[in-house]
Each structure stands twice: as structure tokens, then as C-alpha cells.
Write a protein that binds this ligand. Sequence first.
Ligand code: FES
Ligand code: FES
Length: 908
Amino acid sequence: MRFSLNGKSVSADPAPGQCLRTFLREQGCLGVKKGCDAGDCGACTVWLDGTPFHSCLVPAFRAAGRDITTIEGLERDGELHPVQQAFVDAQAFQCGFCTAGMIMTCATFNEAARRDLPRMLKGNLCRCTGYQSIVDALGGIKSVEEDVAGRVCGASLSSPFAKAIVTGQARYTLDVPPMEKLLHLKVLRSPHPHARIRSIKRDRATAVPGVVAVFTWEDVPRRLYSTATHEDHLVDPDDTYILDNVVRFVGQRVAAVVAETERAAEAACRLLEVDYELLPAVFDAEAAMAPGAPVLHDRSIAFHDNIYVDIHGELGSVAEGFKAADAIHERTYSTSRVQHVHLETHGCLAWRGDDRRLHVRTSSQAPFITKQKLCYLFGLFDRDVHVFTERIGGGFGGKQEMICEDLCVLASLRTGRPVMWEFTREEQFIGATTRHPMKTHVKLGAKRDGTLTAIEVRVVSNTGAYGGHGGETLAAALGSPIAAYRCLNKKADGYAVYTNMVPAGGFRGYGASQTTFAIESALDDLARMLGVSPFEIRRKNKIHETDRIESIWRDPTDVVMGSYGIDQCLDHVEEALASGRGVAKPAGEDWLEGSGVALSMLESGPPTEHRSGAEIRLLAVGSYHLAVGSTEMGNGSTTSHRQLAASVLGTCASRIAIINGDTDRTPYDTGTFASTGTVVAGAAVEKTAVAMRDVLIDFACRKFGWEPADCRLQDDSIVCGSSKVTLGEIHALGASEGDRFEVRRKAYLSPRSVGFNVQGMRVAVHRVTGEIKILQSVHAADIGRLINPMQCRGQIDGAIAMGIGWALYEKMVYDANGAMVNPALRDYRIPTFADLPRSEIYFADTYDSVGPLGAKAQGECAINAVAPAIANAVANATGVRFADLPLAPDRIFEKLGSRHGPPPKGYR
Ligand code: FES
Ligand code: FES
């Protein structure tokens, strides 16, 4: 068929049944993205005769005779379209995976459409930004600042990939041109929550034309491992096989098929005949702890039947603390199972190169640990494996997991051909990891004035069928949310329990989010009981600057108070909430209004080992090349790393070329998770830049007889009094003597500082329908020095959006057999543009003594206070405590529907 593609006449025929999205990608338009399979996300938006369509919903043959425009065709004569330029100016993206589709939609807006963004943008989802920077872009706001040497750190500089992102040229994991002999991998997943596989018949599957191989548990190395990635492999249980003869959740991988096309692989999966012996299953964590519950793993893995790990500790004596209390509050709070929903699903491509080495291109947040695991599983030498990332379309902890690379590598090694596997959105829900649902019983004792005398917490965490991250998230759950308050008597007991549910894993906030919800809700309930204001009870009990940072353990810790800004955060939020700057509540007495606050504290980085390296080279032209092992998934680390290096080297960020996340080309990095992009990888960059500065000045001093103390780097030269030599000249001089000006340094995460966040919410709750409207959202963060303020604000906007989704809408729903019933974005609802308020965001003025150039971690902590602030505002509005997330309208209606009276006195 013939059609016009980005102004050029094209003749090409789609495959039968092919959608326009896939067809356009085959034509080289890799800016057309796949975020779902069902028209729900908008990442694939293109124009058909000037009108935006979700191309995944359009049969490709309908392109015949039409005029198609993709993001690649939006530029005119080398000039960005005004909307592309606006997205650059406001940096209206983080990972950028949604950006092409978002721009294609926005670029059709007239003035009327711009005034109706909630409706006009309902078909385009963004998981990273909270949409606020997109509003800025459409409002013509320019957030990006100029890149000026000497003023780099603390400036809102643009991402080095901004232009590539808005033009669709940025390459994500599976944006690859057609590859010779490429095979596609698909898996058959278990329909049963617990079963032993007696046999798998593959004859009918292998007879499907195009099928090359089928792999079952009998074909894989019988080696236990954990899919979780941490520097210390011992913190996660080795409880998983690549393919197993026992399935422990609905959605577990049963067999893998590789074929010439995805369609053939899918067809073959459907034709595999599996004989299952069904086993009893258990889904609830407390039921799984009870005597007689079905046991998932043998005793060498779980300590006590299904309890993978239990953690206990006590400081002082809570029994004495409760005796001394004037009031005691106790209640159980629970949080739901939710998914990361990064718009780029998991994906991997593995092949043997001309160099005979194995190359693995993956969406992993931890390519170096992934490489180690692949070497272990397949008995490969380190030198024979290369794992790397391109730009990653969001992660949020979901890609701190090796769940697709193993099968791609297996299939590639066995077939000798390149193998690609891209998760569908449904697989992302049923076969990837989730947040750990936790049930937290909190008991608090206090004096009449609100001074805490005892804190006791019991947490039961549902880790699902496999235990990766189960112990670490539990430790985090029992850590900073309790340490945030000073109290002489603290006790906690925690259990991470195996069940026949999809495995849980790392997720922004990493366990601390769940107990922050419980403890911050309980503290409000206690305050109300005592007639103390929510701000007062927090001010009275919060940790002090000079306190030891300790939760329930006496062991020495490497956590220190590198800076302290919690008072500033509380003041900002209280003042903003008191001012009532938010919109008024809707008219009518059925709308109840209330406000709430919550605080959170989080360590900058995980307690387990974490290390990063960086390398800087001086180039012949006098600029630099920086290599960092951490990955870029929208967290902005490439931008802030360039700023850190440029700041030390006295140059502009644009003079520093950067590569990242590649086991061949960059130094080692444990992985980009637990907010380590700034505090560990960033520290490595700072150290390396300092070393490079010293090397350059020392060289110049040797050459010209200068004193180091009189020299400085300025304008890409070394200046000594009135003398000056350019770095290009230095490079040439060094080259003549064999000096290459290459420096490499490592950073290790210890000690760790702490960051603080305070969230305030004012809400209106409809007491009949259960609807909740957010009237005002205020957030204050103490994240040390802001390396890039615009980027910091974006991270917080995104965390608030994700916290609102968790609090109000998101929930993975399961049937009685443990099968998820809403594994699609239209049924599992993440916040859309219309759902989110514009938050007032404040930053404490602090400079951290630990982090690089005064910065602290920022990516995670902001989410933790959001859900409890909403729950506290709802309790304040209605007089009723909703202790279980999400605060869905049906739950609100159930408790309030019959009430129809004003809230009881004492709640306002
Ligand atoms: S990929 Fe087309 S709407 Fe999601
Ligand atoms: S920037 Fe929108 S999904 Fe990442």
C-alpha cells in the first residue's frame, strides 16, 4: 500500500492483522512507543490526516492513502515545533517515554483545548511528572536556565537528552533497527496459584510454523537464585529457578517459546499441554503464618514454614512506657498491592556479537548485578558478558529485578540467535513485582500533652511467592518511620511471609511507605484523642538534630544527621495550609472539608553495601568525557552528574559528554535504586572531578613552575595569576609525553544522611458518594542542596502523584484463585491529568555534610507522607478513620453513606 509518512511517499505492506503502531516502528519511526496493548496510555499517538490517534488501535491497512505524521516528522526545516520547544523549555518530561505521544496530542490543541486540559489529555498517561511540568510547557513557562560556567550547581539546567526526547530520537531499551535472524520470546504463565507440573507436551507447539525452540524446567540450569538485585547477594533468598516444576502464583513462568515472530511464539504457548497436580494455596499473609497453612518452600529457604524472615527489636521497655501513658491508641492499618506502572515495560535483547561475546541490552536498573547473576546462572566468564542499558522508560524500583534477561540469554545461547522479549502490560501486572502489601498494628502511648511514652509496631508483610526484597523492605519498614520520633520505649516485630501471590519487590519508598502510612495515621488518631493539634504532636515528638538516629536496634549505625530541616518543612506546610490558598470546597452540605499532615524521614540510600565508580577523561578539544555506571530512567542522574562534575571543573555542563549504565564502557555501579543516583554515583562523580582538577593543575605546575595554590580552573583553562593555558594545550602537551589525563574514583555509601518530607493536604469528601477532591496539596522537602531545582521539583511532583494514586485509586484486585482481575490500565487506574492538583512545593534551606556538594537523596522519600496526609485529612473531614488503602469511594460510602449527619465534634 502507499501512504505519506512524515511528508514522504512510502510504499510498504503491513502484515495481516498488524496495528499501525507496530507497522510504523518497522518503518523506523521508533519514537512511536508501546506502553500498553489496548489504547489506554497514549504513548503511541500519531496523526492521521492531522488528527491524533492511538496508533495501537488503528489497523495498519487503514494508513493506505492517508497522511501520517509521527514525532519524527514534527520538526520543520530543522526547527522544533513550538510544542516540542515548549517541552524542552519547561523540561516537561522525566523518563520521556510518554513524551512523544504527549507532544503529538498537545501539538493539535487550539486555545479552547488548552483551557480544557483535563479532558483533552485524558488519553495520555504520564507516570513520572505528575503532569505539572506539562502544564508549565503548555502555559509557556520556561523553567530551564542557562548553562553558565561557575553557576552550574544549583541551576535548572536542561537534560542532555532533551532534544532527542522531544524529537523521538532518544533510544529506549527495545528501540532497535531490524536485526538479522532476530527471534521473539514469549512465555506461558501458570493459571494456578500452586501446582506441581507433572509433564509438558510440546509437540503441537513446536509444529507451529516459525517456532524455533521451547524451553521448560527440564531445559534450564537447576540453580537457585533471587531475581532481586543488591550488592550483597545474601540479603535476598535464593528461592527461584529460571523455570520450575512447581508454580507458586498465577502468572509464574511455566515455559518459554522462541519463534520467528511474536505471533508464532504466542500461538505456540497456547498449544503447550501442561499436566498440573494442583496443590493447596494460601493468599493472605496472616493465614500463611497459621499452623497447618500450605507451605510454599522447603525449610532450607523459609525459617519457619512460610515466614521468610522475622525481625524483632526493643529499645527501653514498651511495657513501662504504656504504664506511664495517660492515653493509649491502637489500631491496625493496611496498605494494598500496587504496581509501578513505568510506561516502558520490562524488555531485553540478547545476542552473541561478532566478538563471540554475549551482549545484553536491558531495561534493568542494575546492569552490573544482572551481569553477575547471568554469569552465575549460565556458568559464563565475566569477560564474556556485556550488559548495558539505553535510556530506560521509568523504573521506580520495578526494574531492580532480573526477570527477563535470564530467559533471553538462555534462548540466545541455545539457538545461537538474537532473542528479544518485551513484556505486555498484562504481564507487567501478573508477572513482574509489586509493592509489598503490609498490615501494621500500631500501639502508641502518650502523656496528656502529647509526649510519646511508647511506640509498638507489628508488621506482617506479604512478600508473595518469592522473597526478593522481603527482608530489606521489612527492615526499612521498621526503620526510619519509627526512628523519626524520639521516644525512650520502642518495640517492633515484623514478619515477611510467603504466599501464593505475585512476588512483591522494591518500589519507591521501599517498605517505609507502608509503615509511614500506619504510624502517621495512628499519631493523628492519638492527637485527636488527646485534643492536641497534628502539628503540635509532631513538633513535640520529632527527632532532634543532635539525637541518635535509632529505631528499635541498639547496634551502632552509619546513619548520621548530615543536615536537619524538618522544622522548616513543618513551618512551610503549616503556614501554607493555614493560608487556605487552595480552592474552596464544592458547595453543598454533603461536602465535608478537612486537612491533614504527615511527615517522613528516610535514609539517603540502603543499609546494604552500595558503591559506584566514575571516570573522567580530558578530550583533545579541552572538554571532558564522563562515564558513570548508574542508569538513567528519568531520575535525572545524567543531568545532575554533569552539573556536579562541571561545578568542580569550573566549566559548563554542556562541555561534559556523558555515558552511563554499561558494563563494558563505564565503571562499576551497584544499581540505580534507593535514591543512590545522587548520593553514591554523584559522590563518585564529585570525587573523580576533584581528582581530575588536581591532576590538571599538578601537570600545569610541573610544566610552568607554578604553585598549585595559585592555580584554578576557569573557562576551560588553567589560570595562574595573569598566566593562562587552555585545556586543549594541556592535552596536547600531555599527549606528547604519553599522559592521557584519565581519572577514575569510587564512592561507597557510608555514612548515610537522612532526608525529611512533610506533606499537607486539604480535601473535600462527599459523604454520600464517597468522592474525595484534593483542594490543596503542600509539600516541603529537606533534600539538602538542590543540584537542579527544576529536576528536584519534578521528582517531588511525580512522587506526590504516585502517592495520590496509591492513596485513592490504585489496587490490584484478585479473584478467589489468586488471579488478578484488572491487569489493564483502563481497569487499574493510575492518576490522569484530571486527577491531580498542583502542589505547592517548598525546600528547606540546608546543606548536607555527607552528600556530594551538600545534596541528599530525593527520589523516594517524598511519596511516603502523601497517603497518610490524605487519610488524615479525610479523618479530619468526616470524623471517621479509614485505615485501609486505597480510600476508594465504595469504602468511604460504606462507612459514611448511612451517616448523613455532621461529623462529630472534636475532629476539626
Ligand atoms: S500503546 Fe497505544 S495507547 Fe498505549
Ligand atoms: S516522563 Fe511521562 S512516563 Fe516518564
